[in-house]
Design a protein around this ligand. Structure first.
Ligand SMILES: Cc1cc2nc3c(=O)[nH]c(=O)nc-3n(C[C@H](O)[C@H](O)[C@H](O)COP(=O)(O)OP(=O)(O)OC[C@H]3O[C@@H](n4cnc5c(N)ncnc54)[C@H](O)[C@@H]3O)c2cc1C
Length: 417
């Protein structure tokens, strides 16, 4: 029999996390968090909080102890992630940190150099894959890393590099074999962002003006362009084998994306509207008694549970070091599309209030619902678009052949499983 409930110890952990967050994640910490995100470094309160969380064993829970983790279970990590995301919008698990990718493909020296720092969030990575002419079709990458004795010299441009303004390092997918085409001849380099010759330029998003309130889930106000102009790094920055960057990236992306973050990003929209309708907010008076509203909420809730269960399946695969086939792709379709449906439904339920952004004095909760509506769609594109994910499910999950005459791009997308 499958048991979907959490045991007493896990419930106790949840309660401890909730108490900790309400006591320690103060307004000062939240302000410092926003500051750090803007690229201004960690303030003293945020630094102390991270230390405290680390000491309590809530960072890098499932990573090996010898590399700064806790050697704990993935389900424990999932609970920690869920509570920090729900309680204070902090991404406190291991996903998105780069650690799992380095553990999977790095040398012993690299694991010791980067993983303990990543576990404490002192080392943070941004992802340098997309370029102006290639996002889905990543095999068309032109950024070059030319070997010159014991170093690589990098020239080229990346685009949509989220968090480049505050990351200490970039996972850079570059062409190391100048004669190569498509997937062959690509390599991954771990490049410190403070290396001479790197320029980061902001690309402001739709959430920049008026600025999305800080609790907007899809509220990223900027992503970036990153330029490499004769950037020199030692060959020890190479992750995995030279020329094997395609596989290194694929493996890393699969591992890095497992966790509560993706599903909660979408599902929290449904939780938002439920909480709002239960509240005494004047703008929603009477709405909770409307049968059509109640039906919509119930449908969203069923879908939300499906998203959560799919995430837990991926966690279970990762926990037993199993092989991903199509599971990540399924999650990546269902979660973001749920988020879009939920934000649209919220907008309809709230009527005119649902359209008011942060600049409006009449906006409910500083316009967070309207800003989430603006931002939800992008989650169906980044990290591999839902169209491409469906293609992967058809081919890898259901064993369907490639459509006759399909473009090369179909076999050259780098996405989760
Ligand atoms: C907010 C945001 C943050 C991002 N952050 C990062 C980041 O940190 N690092 C990074 O490297 N990249 C990042 N990206 C880039 C993202 O991964 C790409 O936008 C994405 O891969 C799509 O590539 P593209 O924009 O070039 O669109 P295209 O590849 O041109 O795709 C356009 C449309 O065509 C469809 N399409 C393309 N090829 C196929 C196909 N073979 N089969 C079916 N449909 C197809 C796509 O589904 C999409 O709907 C981010 C993007 C966004 C929006």
């Amino acid at each position: 029999m499958v048991n979907f409930s959490f045991n007493d110890e896990q419930q106790e952990l949840r309660a401890n996390l909730q108490a900790f967050i309400s006591e320690h994640v103060t307004d000062t910490v939240r302000n410092e968090l926003a500051d750090a995100h803007a690229g201004n470094g960690k303030g003293p309160h945020l630094r102390a909080l991270h230390e405290d969380i680390f000491r309590r064993g809530w960072m890098a829970v499932s990573w090996p102890k010898e590399y700064g983790g806790q050697s704990g279970e993935t389900i424990t990590q999932f609970i920690v992630e869920e509570e920090f995301l729900r309680g204070c919008d902090m991404r406190m698990g291991a996903g998105g940190t780069g650690g799992p990718a380095i553990l999977a493909s790095g040398t012993e020296e690299q694991k010791k150099k980067y993983v303990p720092g990543a576990a404490r969030l002192d080392i943070t990575f941004c992802q340098g894959y997309s370029e102006p002419h290639c996002g889905t079709d990543l095999a068309g990458i032109r950024c070059r890393a030319t070997r010159d004795d014991d170093k690589y010299v990098i020239n080229g441009q990346k685009i949509y590099t989220t968090n480049a303004q505050n990351a200490t390092h970039i996972f850079l997918l570059a062409r190391t074999d100048p004669e190569s085409t498509r997937q062959a001849g690509l390599s991954v380099l771990l490049v410190p962002m403070n290396t001479a010759g790197i320029t980061v330029r902001p690309l402001w998003t739709i959430q920049h003006e008026p600025q999305a309130p800080s609790n907007t889930t899809y509220g990223e106000t900027r992503t970036n362009e990153v330029f490499f102009d004769n950037v020199e790094v030692p060959v020890s920055c190479l992750l995995g084998k030279e020329g094997d960057g395609w596989n290194v990236t694929k493996r890393g992306l699969n591992l890095d994306r497992v966790g509560a973050w993706r599903y909660l990003m979408s599902v929290r929209r449904t939780e938002d509207i439920v909480n709002l309708l239960k509240s005494d907010n004047e703008a929603v008076v009477g709405l909770r008694d409307d049968p059509a509203v109640r039906d919509t909420i119930a449908d969203l809730w069923i879908e939300a549970q499906m998203c959560r269960l799919m995430t837990m399946r991926s966690l279970s695969i990762a926990g037993r070091r199993g092989e991903f086939v199509h599971e990540g792709s399924g999650e990546k379709v269902v979660g973001p599309e749920h988020g879009v449906r939920a934000t649209e439904a919220i907008s309809q339920i709230l009527g005119p209030y649902g359209a008011l952004l942060s600049s409006s004095l009449e906006a409910i909760e500083s316009g967070v619902y309207a800003h989430n509506l603006l931002g939800a769609f992008q989650s169906t594109v980044n990290h591999g678009s839902v169209q491409v994910m469906r293609d992967q499910i058809a081919r890898k999950g259901l064993g369907m052949p490639k459509p006759a005459g399909s473009p090369k791009a179909r076999s050259s997308t780098l996405t989760t499983s």
